[in-house]
Design a protein around this ligand. Structure first.
Ligand SMILES: [Zn+2]
Length: 346
């Protein structure tokens, strides 16, 4: 908090699909100092998964799902922030800061405008910092192909290059150079496995607050031709399996899927039941599957496998057909939880 300022800080965490936002947040929120952080997560489909992963650390996670807080869910975000304040006033929460994790496809500028233009909110909150995660391995591709990534980078106060263990020094150096060129005002950090000093994410108000609106207006003006219009070819699908899966067969199926459709698979994430004491968390971004992460237990959750796919130019039935073909060796049949053909309703 800024000295003499009783307002609560808001940190906005952006970054394209699979850039490591959730991993980063899960890591920094483990620190005792940030235990009273209210976390708002915006997920693409109705059925979210990130909040399941974060909730293991942060019980008070709030999910805004089924749309995007940079366009059709701006009012929902504002209402959620007001609700957090009301609860605080009634003594129902210990909130001392808020983190908003956007979807990977969000433009942070309209989100910031919504907060900064609301008199009640600006009276009680200030925007502490905008943090953008960029995946070291796929970041260059995302910058080239997605106006969302560019807008996230130029709006950020802090850019965190994630998964630095996946690329060599030379490539990292080039990326830093590019980022500095795009947004000279931002500080660039690097992390492997989401491990970073939490003060990098939580700025403690060192940045001047007064000129944020002016800066934003300038950015909007400069990147007017890079207006984010969410891609109508983006689809999401969530499937569940109610019986344990054969891990080897599942791995084989996923490798084949990414080998064939990697370019079109923006994101795969999931919690998989392989009949062990805890689930395996899987994470894939385009052609890359990250090493699976074994969790110790189910943390009281329903024991089933849930996998969320976000794709561009690939139809859900193509994935389903390949799953059905593998069904016998996988050990369980897929159930469709949600297919989202047009998450932005426009
Ligand atoms: Zn949006």
């Amino acid at each position: 908090m800024i000295a003499g300022d009783s307002r609560f800080p808001i940190t906005i965490v952006t970054g394209f699909l699979g850039s490591g936002k959730t991993t980063l947040l899960a890591n920094v929120l483990q620190h005792e100092e940030y235990k009273n952080t209210a976390v708002i997560i915006n997920e693409y489909g109705q059925v979210g998964l990130d909040h399941r992963l974060i909730r293991r650390i942060e019980e008070k996670t709030r999910l805004l799902s089924g749309g995007c807080i940079c366009c059709n869910m701006r009012d929902d975000l504002i209402n959620e922030l007001k609700e957090i304040l009301n609860e605080k006033e009634r003594g129902e929460n210990d909130m001392d800061r808020v983190v908003i994790e956007t979807t990977g496809l969000a433009d942070p500028a309209p989100i910031l405008f919504s907060i900064l233009m609301d008199p009640l909110l600006t009276n009680r909150f200030y925007v502490d910092s905008v943090v953008c995660c960029l995946d070291a391995a796929n970041g260059e591709l995302h910058l080239q192909n997605n106006p969302e990534t560019l807008k996230q980078i130029v709006t950020a106060d802090r850019i965190i290059v994630t998964k630095t263990d996946l690329v060599d020094h030379e490539r990292l150096h080039q990326m830093h150079h590019r980022l500095h060129h795009l947004n000279p005002a931002a500080t660039v950090y690097g992390t492997a496995h989401g491990i970073i000093d939490p003060t990098v994410v939580f700025d403690k108000g060192q940045n001047s607050q007064n000129n944020r609106l002016e800066q934003l207006t300038e950015i909007q003006e400069k990147y007017r031709d890079k207006k984010v219009e969410h891609d109508t070819e983006v689809r999401s699908m969530s499937i569940k399996f109610y019986e344990a899966l054969d891990w080897t067969a599942f791995g084989l199926w996923m490798s084949m899927l990414l080998y064939t459709h990697g370019e079109k698979m923006l994101r795969i994430k999931g919690m998989v039941d392989v009949g062990e004491k805890g689930p395996i968390v899987i994470n894939g971004v385009q052609h890359i599957i990250h090493p699976p992460h074994h969790l110790e237990d189910w943390n009281g959750e329903e024991k089933n496998s849930q996998i969320v796919f976000i794709m561009k130019g690939l139809e859900p039935h193509q994935i389903l057909e390949s799953l059905v073909a593998f069904q016998n060796i996988l050990g369980s049949a897929p159930y469709i939880e949600e297919i989202n053909m047009n998450p932005y309703g426009g």
